[in-house]
Design a binder for this molecule. Structure first.
Ligand code: SF4
Ligand code: SF4
Length: 334
């Protein structure tokens, strides 16, 4: 257990990521929540954007809401839509307060648009004043967003990907922790690219400045496996050797969603294409990934690439983006 920044929440360092709820039934959701309760996991994170996740969790939490801290998030950026989304979340989750409401997936270019008279942050502040939400947080895949959020003092938590092959947020997490801002790690298994879940969790928990990691879990066994790590997460020499091996195997051809490759002259949303392909291949969310891909504007899709190579010159990880986009087309347009 640990103090979650300055929020006053006392949380288990293994939390629950609600994205996989989308691929299981209400009954199976109930079983996962039963196991969370048994194992003492008390931090649940979901999102307006995860289709039925809020609703299923709301049903599963009936009668035991007080045993958990609930976090959710919205992609709304203007005042009215954020206000509406907060109400929908409250209704879906069947509660009259949400412990943490986050701005979801804020891109660096969007950051300045969050604030102002008719912007989303104001709706969050009002909801907090009214007691409908207790704390305000932010999530992103863009490092600059969380760096600015930590500097601003406007957010009580940050959520960012972090794992064996994606540790670019090291400094910002440390800084946040020093300032009493809660630190939440998403994608602890690199979107399923890391097979050894126990090792992935040990890697995170051994870092004192990380408050909570939220692996997506859709079975009671996964809950038991991930929480067992809390018994002992000291990294052994053998663990460190495995970590180096994973880094060398996965480290090179892996999109970190830093967005340095953007803008593409064709308008292709390069990291989003890789993200959706990862959901298809690693999360088992095939239909959802194809739907999302088809929901992208035509010019944002991988198939619009004319192989000009501009993006590859800008990618700090020297990823073979053109070839990787071809793989996206083969996966999501087949
Ligand atoms: S392709 Fe490279 S530059 Fe673009 S988001 Fe991924 S890691 Fe960053
Ligand atoms: S190679 Fe393709 S994805 Fe990269 S900048 Fe050119 S058109 Fe865009």
């Amino acid at each position: 257990m640990r103090e979650f920044g300055k929020t006053g929440m006392n949380i288990k360092r293994v939390g629950f990521g609600g994205i996989p709820i989308q691929r299981i039934s209400q009954e199976d959701t109930n079983k996962v929540i039963d196991e969370l309760e048994r194992c003492g996991v008390n931090f649940i994170d979901t999102a307006r954007g995860y289709t039925i996740s809020e609703e299923y969790l709301g049903n599963a939490l009936k009668g035991r809401r007080e045993k958990f801290y609930i976090a959710t998030k919205s992609m709304s950026r203007d005042y009215e839509s954020m206000k509406r989304d907060i109400e929908i979340s409250l209704k879906n989750l069947q509660t009259d307060y949400i412990d943490l409401y986050q701005m979801h997936n804020v891109k660096p270019v969007e950051y300045d648009t969050l604030f102002g008279e008719d912007r989303a942050y104001r709706a969050l502040l009002e909801a907090k004043e009214a007691g409908k939400i207790k704390h305000i947080g932010i999530t992103s895949h863009g490092l600059e967003t969380v760096e600015r959020a930590v500097e601003s003092g406007k957010f009580e938590t940050i959520q960012f990907p972090y794992n064996i092959v994606e540790n670019q947020a090291d400094e910002v997490f440390k800084k946040a922790h020093q300032k009493g801002i809660g630190t939440i790690v998403m994608k602890p298994l690199a979107g399923g690219a890391i097979d050894d879940g126990t090792l992935a969790m040990k890697y995170l928990l051994s870092r004192e400045y990380i408050d909570v990691a939220i692996p997506g879990m859709d079975t009671p066994e996964q809950v038991r496996e991930n929480t067992a790590v809390l018994q002992n997460f000291e990294l052994t020499e053998e663990d460190n050797a495995k970590i180096s091996k994973i880094k060398s195997e996965l480290g090179t051809n892996f999109c970190r969603r830093c967005e340095y490759c953007l803008p593409c002259p064709q308008g292709i949303n390069i990291p989003q294409n890789f993200l959706l392909e990862g959901y298809y291949n690693r999360y088992g969310l095939q239909d959802w990934a194809v739907d999302r891909y088809n929901g992208l504007a035509e010019n944002e899709r991988a198939s619009n690439c004319i192989e000009c190579g501009a993006c590859q010159k800008k990618c700090p990880y020297e990823l073979p983006i053109i070839d990787m986009l071809k793989k996206v087309v083969n996966t999501l347009e087949k």
